[in-house]
Design a protein around this ligand. Structure first.
Ligand SMILES: Cc1ncc(C[n+]2csc(CCOP(=O)(O)OP(=O)(O)O)c2C)c(N)n1
Ligand code: SF4
Length: 246
């Protein structure tokens, strides 16, 4: 029998800002899991600290709110103990790409069998808008009032340079694309599945129209790593979809 998405519904009302992309990610995650016929008791979601981490009680499943930068090692420990469960680590761009970046690289390099979802709003959201690793050069924040001085980290190129089996990008401006991309990542059974979700931060970094003007859909994964890395490097035309699948 089909799993009803209502099984994932939490009684806790979200307190994200109006227009925050987290509403879309949270809702699409519930739909993706139910459409893949996972019941909540078969899923473990391990969150970072941050606005993303405040999603931990907005979904009814097995959840852990870990430490800042540490959802990946916690998720991996759970996966080693319970191979039968679908284990998903969730973090912001600050937590995953700065504080916890060593865990991301080491786990991806070993192609460990967990899913990692980056809720990438290109800003430190919860702590009120400081520059993060993916903040665009020149963007003014409380940490760099004159403009962020360096080029942003490219998470897709970073993970593509490891042995990760599955690498994808999507964005909160296209909820159906987001849901289908999550479904592909969660269904991947051959190792590490990474999704960079370009997420609107309505308060500190609104990006919906920026991405709407630039994204294009990749219909199937690139055949070679070289092609995938080359496509990932362009920020004028931004490829979304499954970019690499081993
Ligand atoms: C080790 C540690 N360093 C710093 C903090 C403070 N802190 C809490 S949330 C946060 C920002 C999180 O930003 P990001 O990971 O991008 O997530 P977002 O809030 O944007 O979802 C920081 C720096 C902390 N809780 N623990
Ligand atoms: S600060 Fe940004 S990421 Fe955090 S809840 Fe508000 S809109 Fe969302």
């Amino acid at each position: 029998m089909k799993v009803n998405p209502q099984e994932y519904k939490s009684p806790i009302v979200p307190t994200w800002c109006p227009g925050c992309g987290n509403y879309i990610i949270n809702s699409m995650l519930m739909q993706a899991l139910s459409e893949l016929n996972y019941h909540p008791h078969e899923v473990v979601l391990v969150y970072d600290i941050g606005c993303n981490g405040n999603g931990a009680d907005k979904i009814r499943a097995n959840v852990v709110k870990s430490l800042h930068g540490r959802p990946i090692p916690v998720a991996l420990g759970i996966k080693y103990a319970r191979e039968d469960l679908k284990v998903i680590a969730i973090g912001g761009d600050g937590g995953l790409f700065w504080e916890g970046v060593a865990h991301l690289i080491a786990t991806a390099q070993r192609n460990e069998p967990i899913v990692v979802l980056a809720w990438d709003n290109e800003i430190y959201g919860l702590t009120t808008g400081q520059s993060a690793p993916t903040t665009k050069k020149g963007y003014k924040t409380p940490t760099y009032p004159e403009g962020t001085p360096y080029e942003p980290l490219n998470p897709i190129a970073l993970v593509l340079s490891t042995n990760a089996g599955f690498v994808a990008r999507t964005y909160t401006g296209d909820p159906l694309h987001l849901k289908e991309t999550l479904k592909e990542a969660i269904s991947y059974e051959k190792g590490f599945a990474f999704v960079d979700i370009l997420q609107n931060c309505a308060t500190y970094n609104p990006t919906v129209s920026y991405y709407r003007e630039r994204v294009y859909r990749v219909k199937k994964p690139f055949k070679t790593k070289e092609e995938a890395i080359k496509a990932s490097l362009s920020f004028e035309k931004i490829a979304i979809g499954v970019l690499w699948k081993e």
